[in-house]
Design a protein. Structure first.
Length: 187
């Protein structure tokens, strides 16, 4: 990024600015504070999402389930967490959630990203929420409950189908996120 911005602000004959020079330039333009605000907002959203999801540990699996009262299936759990935490309405089925989100590399996973698995001999048949440290939370199967598992276990590693990031930066998403955070702040 420093190289690209350096090329924009300096003639080609000059050296690329140092990181300190780039920080000064960004601060002078007010961009550094904007970048920090975005980083803090994204971090806050991910933290709230993960904390909220962990609050549902132990809720039983129910095929087609959408609520803690009745139980969740995998995609119902993800849909409910995103709606309740950041006010975003995701599609109902795991493969639809995959199609509606941004593909990312496994090494780019951040808390709040979605992880998908092929558990039924078809792509994107299972979904969970990445919580960090190589772990994810999900509603796994009939007879089980919402739980945290490691992506490194043989079962999940072999079935890993991809990672996706939910767009919370669009104008509509931003309004929904702000509304969700305001409603959580009320006593």
């Amino acid at each position: 990024m420093a190289l690209a911005l350096g090329l924009l602000i300096q003639p080609a004959a000059h050296a690329t600015p140092t990181p300190d020079e780039m920080d000064t330039w960004l601060a002078d333009k007010g961009l550094m504070s904007q970048i920090q605000q975005v980083r803090q907002r994204v971090s806050l959203q991910a933290s709230e999402l993960v904390v909220h999801a962990i609050g549902f540990l132990g809720v039983p699996y129910l095929r087609g389930g959408n609520t803690a009262e009745t139980g969740f299936d995998c995609s119902g759990f993800v849909k409910a967490i995103f709606e309740q935490t950041v006010g975003l309405v995701l599609p109902r089925r795991a493969e639809q959630q995959a199609a509606a989100t941004q593909n990312i590399e496994r090494k780019e996973l951040l808390p709040g990203d979605l992880v998908f698995f092929n558990t039924m001999r078809r792509a994107f048949s299972h979904v969970g929420i990445y919580i960090g440290d190589g772990k994810f939370i999900h509603s796994p199967k009939p007879g089980a409950e919402v739980r945290v598992e490691s992506l490194a276990t043989t079962y999940w590693n072999r079935r890993f189908d991809g990672a996706r990031r939910v767009d919370t930066d669009s104008e509509d998403a931003g309004q929904s996120v702000a509304a969700a955070l305001r409603s959580q702040a009320k006593p």
